[in-house]
Design a protein around this ligand. Structure first.
Ligand SMILES: Cc1cc2nc3c(=O)[nH]c(=O)nc-3n(C[C@H](O)[C@H](O)[C@H](O)COP(=O)(O)OP(=O)(O)OC[C@H]3O[C@@H](n4cnc5c(N)ncnc54)[C@H](O)[C@@H]3O)c2cc1C
Length: 460
């Protein structure tokens, strides 16, 4: 454990408009809580920043006083951070939440603590859409620094490719603006390398003219998992880039937060998002509709309503899970996953999803950052609710069962945003990208002041 130097934090407090909360303070437990309630965070102190200047002051303070420093927008990715907080000041950015939308240039500027829901609604008022993820309360910055897989990505690529500029506090406390022409190496590292290179105070990105989509979810009882997942898997290769689908098993607990027709039941579902009209979308999905889903919500909706499609919780939850990228999927593996679902072997989980990748997600883009495309066909994510340690053990055992069933299809790289657990970055990136990230970490932060949930260590 680090030695607390209370007088240091008093000096920091004097320099901030925001708050410094230390262990033992009456609001300590509230201050250290993350969105993922399983994350038991014990940093040296929490700074609730009120501005970009607060963030810069805190980084300077950490640099001068031998602390590490890390930022948290929401704590969706906090499970992998808890073991890394010894001697680290945790900057919470949720009060730095300004958004500007420019309909003329079709761009948005989001401050450090902005959530996707802060962008998607206002952008929609101008007929524009952002490359948001499935969840409305994920942070724009944390998501984008990892790459950013959106329902729109098969058409427009990963979110990091649409970033035009990033303002960041470097390890020595300077606020700089990075883009393709200014500090391009740092700009490259920030777009996919995660939170190891600086504390981001604002991010600017392109919006796209997508006011409506044809999207929703088809539900069948889980007993039909093999039939439905095979039909989905057979359909995937024929789908245009305008259509994204997810094959998914849902094991929904009998809790009041889940509406009555779904509560306490198990389903196989296909989620579909089509950037186009109903006529074409319905034709593409016809082979699935022939299987007569018990419920079918697929319809033309405002693009901003996509944030509800995946049914992600919009409040803090105790979740545990993990994911991987798959280079392909075979019929035998579909049988195995379906069999695990119908046998009850995955009942500790809430969801096992297989997201279709490909399209623009699979294509290298000129000028892309550390993560600009994925050479993989599917992304798998499995998650369960884990309010107490025995539940977490059961969830992680079931996650391990899913991963073992898919192991033969594991892609050479993976995706930090879908790793809830601490993972080896050398196995996430290609060797070339990982080496460059480590060299840039050594250049920008040789003494490892800036910490992250998925850290890149400075090259030796
Ligand atoms: C319910 C749910 C749904 C999700 N859906 C998707 C999805 O559709 N697509 C997808 O790609 N991912 C998805 N994710 C993964 C998500 O993108 C990552 O967990 C992401 O890191 C969350 O960012 P955050 O800021 O909300 O979380 P945080 O835990 O606050 O941040 C995660 C990490 O980002 C870095 N970071 C955050 N803010 C800053 C900053 N200001 N400066 C520097 N570094 C910073 C830090 O390293 C931090 O540890 C989902 C996760 C959950 C739990």
């Amino acid at each position: 454990m680090s030695t607390l130097r209370v007088e240091d934090f008093a000096a920091l407090r004097d320099r901030l408009a925001g708050r410094v909360v230390e262990p033992g303070h009456e609001s300590w437990d509230k201050a250290r809580t993350a969105w993922n309630l399983t994350a038991d965070q014990h940093p040296a102190a929490v700074v609730v920043a009120a501005s970009a200047d607060d963030i810069a002051e805190t980084v300077r303070f950490a640099f001068d006083n031998g602390y590490g420093v890390t930022a948290q927008g929401t704590g969706h990715g906090a499970a992998a951070l808890t073991s890394r907080l010894d001697g680290v000041i945790l900057i919470k950015t949720h009060e730095v939440r300004g958004v500007e939308i420019d309909p003329e240039t079709r761009t948005a500027r989001a401050q450090a603590g902005v959530l996707w829901m802060d962008v998607t609604g206002p952008a929609h008022e101008h007929g524009l859409a952002a490359l948001a993820g499935s969840s409305p309360d994920v942070g724009v910055v944390g998501y984008t620094l990892g790459g950013g897989l959106s329902w729109l990505s098969r058409t427009y690529g990963v979110a990091a490719n649409s970033v035009t500029a990033i303002e960041v506090v470097t390890a020595d406390g300077q606020i700089i603006r990075t883009d393709a022409d200014n500090d391009p190496a740092l700009f490259w590292a920030l777009r996919g390398g995660g939170g190891s290179f600086g504390i981001v105070t604002a991010i600017e990105f392109t919006l796209y003219p997508v006011p409506e989509v044809y999207a929703g979810v088809m539900f069948w009882p889980i007993e039909r998992a093999a039939e439905v997942l095979h039909a989905w898997h057979d359909l995937v290769p024929s789908l245009p880039e305008s259509m994204t689908t997810v094959g998914r098993l849902l094991m929904l607990p009998p809790i009041p937060e889940i509406p009555e027709p779904l509560r306490g039941r198990k389903f196989v579902v296909v989620e579909a998002i089509h950037l186009g009209g109903e006529r074409e979308g319905a034709k593409l999905l016809a082979p699935l509709r022939e299987l007569a889903p018990e419920m079918d919500t697929v319809a033309t909706i405002p693009t901003s309503a996509l944030s509800a499609l995946h049914m992600d919780p919009e409040h803090p939850v105790p979740g545990a899970g993990d994911g991987m990228l798959l280079s392909d999927l075979e019929a035998g593996t579909i049988d195995e996953i379906a069999g695990l679902g119908t046998s009850g072997a995955l009942d500790a989980l809430l969801s096992v999803e297989l997201r279709q990748l490909g399209g623009a997600i699979g294509r290298p883009t000129p000028g892309q950052g550390a993560v600009g495309h994925f050479d993989a066909a599917y992304a798998m994510f499995a998650v369960g609710i884990a309010p107490v340690p025995p539940a977490k053990r059961a969830v992680m055992a079931a996650v391990g069962t899913v991963i073992a069933a898919l192991e033969q299809h594991r892609s050479d790289t993976s995706y930090i945003n879908f790793h809830e657990q601490a993972t080896d970055p050398a196995k996430v990136y290609t060797p070339t990208v990982h080496r460059r990230l480590a060299e840039l970490k050594r250049w920008y932060d040789p003494t490892d002041v800036i910490r992250s949930n998925h850290p890149i260590a400075p090259a030796a």
